[in-house]
Write a protein that binds this ligand. Structure first.
Ligand SMILES: NC(=O)c1ccc[n+]([C@@H]2O[C@H](COP(=O)([O-])OP(=O)(O)OC[C@H]3O[C@@H](n4cnc5c(N)ncnc54)[C@H](O)[C@@H]3O)[C@@H](O)[C@H]2O)c1
Length: 329
């Protein structure tokens, strides 16, 4: 899991996480597991105890996923001193609040304080990288999006969105993230919300529609996702799964035509459906009173153990299938 010394790629030994909230602390756990030194900077001193607590809570999952030699939480260092956090760093993961003005000013400040070959990746959930780098005057071409899924130490996907201006930085970031065990998807062009979040929003819109129509309660809708499409999505993506929808692959084109007809026939929320504030409020209340009534601890324990189990089993299955292909070949 260590970063290889590829020509032109900065050897990465120290990562700085700017912002120590849910995502910054999650990234710190991920980079720590990969055997790196990690500095976490946050302007709020109380974030240190949150960071320590998050690392402790993540440890069972990190241990099961496998720690790199020498990886230990004591190599994660917290500071409220910006310059100290950036000193000697090789890679920056910015996870400040999702506010465009804050991001632009934070990223331009980081740009002004780091050598040009240090890639600056933002965890932003949807801003365009061209906008994020718009305040940077030194080396904006090394600022890009490195979007994780929560929590970054468990969900392997990182979406890299840099646009044409950051191709070289994107290559570096991609090699680095992969070396730490991430699954990287690079976007070919800029778009708000990238890929994974856009798909989640499409699903959320449908969930809100089903709720507004009184089709089922939210617990049932969640079960219909988790026990149905999502369990397949953990193994492969939507298009791979749909391709298996007919026993005869020569019928695939016709099958896709029928999916189009079904969409026309009202199998999805109408294009005119726009969730309003009242509906969003109702949704928030119903989740809090139902799914969330016992707080987060139980759900986090289930999520962590479940994701580790799925990842480990998938790894075993892929290795076994690759082995049998080799035998057949
Ligand atoms: N929460 C998620 O599920 C999720 C998933 C993927 C990406 N993201 C993105 O990651 C980023 C962080 O999200 P989060 O959920 O961790 O937010 P959060 O509110 O939990 O954490 C933000 C942290 O930034 C700190 N901060 C505020 N201003 C700062 C500054 N000027 N300098 C340094 N630190 C500062 C805050 O003290 C806080 O600790 C956002 O861009 C968000 O969109 C979030």
């Amino acid at each position: 899991m260590s970063q290889s010394n590829r020509p032109g790629v900065r050897n990465i030994a120290k990562v700085t996480c700017v912002g120590g909230g849910v995502i910054g602390a999650g990234w710190a756990a991920h980079f720590m597991r990969a055997g790196l030194d990690v500095a976490v900077y946050d302007q709020a001193a109380e974030r240190e105890s949150y960071l320590r607590e998050s690392l402790a809570n993540a440890m069972p999952a990190l241990t099961e996923l496998g720690m790199a030699p020498g990886a230990t939480p004591s190599r994660v260092f917290f500071t409220t001193d910006f310059e100290e956090a950036l000193a000697g760093t090789d890679f920056i993961q910015e996870s400040g609040p999702e506010n465009i003005d804050t991001k632009i000013s934070l990223l331009s400040k980081i740009d002004a304080h780091t050598p040009p070959d240090v890639v600056i990746a933002s965890s932003s959930s949807g801003f365009l990288s061209s906008k994020l780098r718009s305040g940077a005057t030194k080396h904006p071409e090394r600022i890009l999006v490195g979007h994780p899924f929560n929590p970054p130490y468990l969900i392997p996907l990182v979406e890299i969105a840099g646009g044409d201006a950051a191709r070289r930085a994107a290559d570096h970031a991609s090699a680095f993230y992969r070396s730490t065990g991430c699954e990287v998807v690079e976007l070919d062009r800029e778009i708000h919300g990238y890929i994974g979040n856009r798909i989640q929003y499409a699903v959320l819109r449908e969930v809100l529609y089903l709720m507004s129509q009184g089709v089922a309660d939210l617990e049932s809708i969640d079960r219909a996702i988790a026990a149905g499409p999502a369990i397949r999505w953990a193994v492969m993506g939507l298009s791979s799964i749909l391709f298996l929808g007919k026993s005869d692959p020569s019928l695939w084109g016709k099958f896709v035509e029928s999916l189009g007809r079904e969409m026309d026939r009202g199998y999805i929320a109408p294009a005119s459906f726009q969730p309003d504030q009242a509906l969003l409020q109702k949704y928030a209340e119903q989740v809090a009173k139902g799914i969330g009534v016992n707080g987060q601890a139980e759900l986090i324990a289930l999520r962590n153990a479940g994701v580790v189990g799925i990842r480990s089993e998938l790894q075993r299955v892929r290795t076994r299938l690759a082995g049998s292909e080799h035998e057949l070949g």
